[in-house]
Write a protein that binds this ligand. Structure first.
Ligand SMILES: Cc1ncc(COP(=O)(O)O)c(C=O)c1O
Length: 359
């Protein structure tokens, strides 16, 4: 049996929705993008939202709209996808990496933060299907210390702590609609904010420094972070399947928990937070050895994110592994299990069997 790490969940209804765009002959950003944006804003409960070309540029746009740049420092969770840190670098600011509190608890350890006069913001990443366990404490810490809170919620669409949607706890939150995300537009992104002036700055930044296309007077310097109606058509039809996607993903997690529960540790998820697995994470004693055995059996597990302090691209900061023991443990123990919507119950059982065999 083969079990790929991931397969996109796109079907005939998505295809038909995209075909409509060709019939209308409005293929770049247009009415469908407005509709898609408005539906996402409603889903998140944010006051404002702007679409972006992808989740990485969404992060960059949010940081720029908060006027973060050269000379500033941004605290970044040491375990996240590379884009969380790269977006900070892109602005000219410095990412300052902070360890996670435990190997199975992916958030910034508030006790390890060292502030200085250049610290401007904290970037949290809500990873793998839940909201960071200490999000309320991080929000309070940011308020007390006059810091912006930026949330990388690329993987966290439709995820809340019961009251607030991921991405809406702080000053700006970003999402990705890459092929493996909860809903996809192939590539795409979103920034939400409750702050009117941050929203206004993003409107200019994303569209060449002007409020709307078709004019050639540009009050500000801006870029092109727009999406297309082709992508938004896909996003809109994906949104109609969101509830189905959520229940299928939750069922996958339930099955992995049934098969593996007694033998592995799973990601820490607070009882009062909802959980829509992006990937189910299993922590074992030796992830590398376990994944090797699974690979040989035709399964594609994936490692956890390589922590920033180990990244070759961040070697210039000369970070010592001794400052990041929990990130080290997370990397050595964590395995991303195949969690795509169309995976069969047999594939889940087989993946679990081979993981247990390896143990
Ligand atoms: C946590 C996180 N941040 C940022 C990104 C970047 O998003 P994109 O691939 O759309 O640029 C991703 C996904 O790929 C992600 O998982």
């Amino acid at each position: 049996m083969k079990v790929p790490q991931f397969r996109s969940y796109v079907d005939e209804s998505d295809y038909k929705n995209i075909a409509q765009v060709f019939e209308r002959n409005y293929i770049a950003e247009g009415p469908l993008s407005v509709e898609f944006r408005d539906k996402l804003v409603e889903l998140t409960g944010a006051n404002h939202g702007v679409l972006a070309s992808n989740g990485t540029l969404a992060l960059y746009m949010a940081l720029r709209a908060l006027e973060i740049g050269a000379g500033d420092e941004v605290i970044v969770q040491n375990v996240s996808f590379i884009a969380s840190a790269n977006a900070v670098e892109m602005t000219g600011a410095k990412p300052v990496f902070v360890d996670i509190p435990q190997f199975d608890d992916l958030t910034v350890d508030l006790d390890k933060i060292k502030l200085n006069k250049n610290t401007k913001a904290i970037m949290l990443a809500h990873l793998f299907g839940t909201v960071c366990s200490n999000v309320e404490a991080v929000r309070d810490f940011c308020k007390q210390n006059n810091l912006f809170l930026i949330e990388d919620a690329a993987q966290a669409l439709a995820i809340t702590n019961g009251t607030t949607h991921a991405g809406c706890f702080g000053d700006a939150g970003t999402f990705s609609f890459y092929a493996d995300k909860t809903i996809t537009t192939a590539e795409g992104g979103l920034v939400v904010t409750n702050n009117e002036s941050v929203h206004e700055r993003m409107v200019y930044l994303r569209n060449q420094g002007r409020k709307s296309s078709g004019t050639f007077v540009h009050p500000e310097i801006g870029y092109n972070f727009r999406m297309t109606d082709i992508q938004s058509a896909l996003g809109l039809s994906q949104l109609t399947k969101l509830n189905d996607i959520i229940s299928k993903k939750q069922r996958i997690a339930e099955l992995y928990h049934q098969h593996l529960g007694a033998n592995v540790r799973f990601l820490k998820i607070r009882d009062d937070f909802n959980y829509i697995p992006f990937r189910v994470i299993a922590f074992v004693n030796d992830a590398e050895k376990t994944m090797k055995h699974m690979n040989e059996a035709g399964i594609e597990p994936r490692s956890m994110f390589y922590p920033f302090h180990k990244q070759p691209s961040y070697a210039h900061y000369n970070l010592s592994p001794s400052e990041f023991p929990n990130s080290e443990e997370c990397f050595h123990r964590g395995i991303c299990l195949p969690t795509w919507v169309g995976i069969s119950e047999e594939q889940i059982a087989y993946t679990s069997e081979k993981l247990l065999e390896a143990l």
